[in-house]
Design a protein around this ligand. Structure first.
Ligand code: TGC
Ligand code: FAD
Length: 405
C-alpha cells in the first residue's frame, strides 16, 4: 500500500472517488462535507482494514495477540504520527487522522490503540515538548515503525487523578534517577521507548526511557477480556538513570501529559464510530435474513426501532466528530469539547455494540460475530483516556466553573 499524502501527489491514483463503500454508513451524507483528500484517505484505510485487518483479527483476539505484523504496513501507509508535519510524517490534517482512527477501529480497537499511542501519546510529546535533537532522533524512526513507543502515566494506585502520581525523578549531577511503577500501559513490552511521567521537585516532567536502560523492565498484563488484540503492560522503574538529554525540556506540570491525552482522546472520539458502524451493519444484515415467527426480524417494530436508534446515534456521533475535527484543524478546539465527544461517542459505540450483540441472538456471543468483540474492547475504551465519569465531570466543570472531581 503506498503512503498516504495530501492530494497533490499519490492519493488520487490510489483511491479514486467512488460511491460509498460497503463498509461505510452515512445516513446524512457526511461524506459531502469531506474534501477529496479526506475521502481518498478514508477509502484507502478502509480497504486496508477490509483486506488486512478483518481476516486476522478474530483469531488474534482469541489468541490474546497483538498482530505486530501489521506495524510495517501501518507505517508504510503513513498512519503513524500522520498529522505531524515534517520528520518523515504524512502531514495530514486532523479530520484525516480522525477518519483513519474510525476505519482502524472498525477493524479492532487494538489496532487503533496502537496507532493512537504511537502518534498521539508518544510522537506528539516529543514533537511538542522535545528538543530538536530528540525530534530528529526519534520521530522519523517512529513514523517508520522502527521505534515503538508507550506512554506511562497511570499507576497501580489509580489513574483518574494522575497529579497524585508516586513515580518520582531526582536530579543527580547531570542525570535523573527515576523510581516508581506504571500500570495498564499499552504497548509496554513491545516498546523501544517509554514516555514516562514523573514528579520532581519542580513539578511533573516527562522522560524518554529507552528499552534496555538498567532498572527499567516491563511485564505483560495477561488474562484480559478486553482489548485482547493489544499489548497491555506494567512498567517498573528501579533507580533508572537517564541523562538530562532524555528529559522533555519544554514542559513542566500536569498540562504536559494532559496535552497528549487531548490528542489521543480526539482520535478515540472518531474511532468509536468505526466500532459502532461494524456492529450496526452486522446486526442490520442479520435482521434482514433471520426468520423468526415466519418473517424476518427486520420486519418487526422493535427491531426496526432499535436499528433506527443505532443509526441515529451513529449519525450524531459522526457529525460531532467532524465538527470537532474542523475546530481542531482551525486551532480553536477546547479540550472540554474533546471530552464531550469522547464521552458521547464511546458510550454510543458501546451501547450500539451491546444492542447489536443481542439482535444477533445466541450466535452473537461467537467470535465469528464482531459486535461482542467491539463491545468487550469498548469496555476498555470507555475507561482509558479518562473514564466516562471523568469526562462528564470535565464538561460539568466547564459549564459551572467548579471542579467536582
Ligand atoms: P487541571 O487543573 O485540570 O489541569 C492542570 C493543567 O493542565 C491543563 N489541562 C489540559 N491541557 C491540555 N489538555 C487537557 N485535556 C487538559 N486538561 C487540563 C490545565 O489548563 C492546567 O494547565 P495550567 O497551565 O493551569 O497548569 O488538573 P486536575 O488535576 O484538576 O485534572 C483533573 C482531570 C481529572 C481532568 C485530569 O486529571 C484527567 O484528565 N484525568 C484522567 C486521566 C486520564 O485520562 N488518564 C489516561 C492515561 S493514558 C491512557 O489511558 C492511554 S490508553 C491508550 C490507548 O491504548 O489508546
Ligand atoms: P480509578 O481512577 O481508580 O477509577 C475507578 C472508578 O472511580 C471509575 O469508575 C472512575 O470513573 C471513578 N471515579 C474516579 N474519580 C471519581 C470522582 N471524582 N467522582 C466519581 N467517580 C470517580 N494508562 C496509561 O498511562 N497509558 C496507557 O497506555 C494506558 N493504556 C490502557 C490500556 C487499557 C486496556 C486500559 C484498561 C487502561 C489503560 N490505561 C493506560 C489506564 C487508564 O487510563 C486508566 O485505567 C484510567 O485512567 C482510569 O484509572 P483507574 O483504572 O485507576 O480507575
Amino acid at each position: 500500500m503506498p503512503p498516504l499524502r495530501p492530494l497533490e501527489n499519490t492519493m488520487t491514483a490510489v483511491a479514486p472517488k467512488s460511491a460509498e463503500t460497503p463498509s461505510a454508513f452515512d445516513y446524512f451524507n457526511v461524506r459531502t462535507l469531506l474534501s477529496e483528500d479526506e475521502i481518498a484517505i478514508q477509502e484507502a484505510v478502509a480497504r486496508f482494514v477490509d483486506e488486512r485487518v478483518l481476516p486476522i483479527i478474530p483469531q488474534a483476539f482469541e489468541d490474546h495477540r497483538f498482530p505486530k505484523e501489521l506495524v510495517p504496513e501501518l507505517a508504510a501507509m503513513g498512519l503513524l504520527g500522520c498529522n505531524i508535519e515534517g520528520y518523515d510524517c504524512a502531514g495530514l490534517n486532523n479530520v484525516c487522522y480522525g477518519l483513519i482512527c474510525q476505519e482502524l477501529e472498525r477493524g479492532d480497537s487494538g489496532v487503533r490503540s496502537f496507532v493512537s499511542v504511537q502518534g498521539s501519546l508518544c510522537m506528539y510529546p516529543i514533537l511538542a515538548y522535545g528538543s530538536e535533537e530528540q525530534r530528529t532522533k526519534y520521530l522519523p524512526r517512529m513514523a517508520k515503525g522502527e521505534c515503538i513507543g508507550c506512554f506511562g502515566l497511570t499507576e497501580p494506585d489509580g489513574g483518574s487523578d494522575p497529579g497524585t502520581m508516586k513515580t518520582h525523578a531526582v536530579k543527580k549531577g547531570g542525570d535523573w534517577v527515576i523510581n516508581g511503577a506504571k500500570m495498564w500501559i499499552t504497548n509496554g513490552t513491545i516498546a523501544d521507548i517509554a514516555i514516562v511521567w514523573a514528579s520532581t521537585d519542580q513539578g511533573i516532567m516527562g522522560f524518554i526511557v529507552e528499552k534496555g536502560t538498567p532498572g527499567y523492565t516491563a511485564r505483560d498484563i495477561l488474562r484480559k477480556f478486553s482489548l485482547r488484540a493489544s499489548v497491555t503492560s506494567e512498567l517498573f522503574l528501579d533507580n533508572v538513570r537517564v541523562p538530562e538529554s532524555q528529559r522533555l525540556p519544554n514542559v513542566v506540570g500536569l498540562k504536559g501529559p494532559l496535552g497528549c491525552l487531548t490528542q489521543a482522546r480526539y482520535g478515540i472520539a472518531w474511532g468509536a464510530i468505526g466500532s459502532a458502524i461494524a456492529s450496526f451493519k452486522e446486526a442490520l444484515e442479520f435482521a434482514k435474513i433471520r426468520v423468526v415467527f415466519g418473517r424476518p426480524i427486520a420486519h418487526t417494530q422493535t427491531i426496526q426501532r432499535r436499528l433506527a436508534d443505532m443509526a441515529r446515534r451513529i449519525t450524531t456521533g459522526q457529525l460531532l466528530a467532524l465538527q470537532l475535527g474542523r475546530l481542531k484543524d482551525a486551532g480553536t478546539m477546547h479540550h472540554s469539547q474533546v471530552s464531550m465527544a469522547k464521552w458521547n461517542n464511546v458510550r454510543m459505540g458501546l451501547d450500539v455494540a451491546r444492542d447489536a450483540r443481542d439482535i444477533l441472538g445466541a450466535g452473537g456471543i461467537s467470535i465469528e460475530c464482531s459486535p461482542i468483540r467491539h463491545m468487550l474492547n469498548l469496555e476498555s475504551v470507555i475507561t482509558y483516556e479518562g473514564t466516562e465519569t471523568i469526562h462528564e465531570l470535565i464538561v460539568g466543570r466547564e459549564l459551572t466553573g467548579h471542579a467536582a472531581f
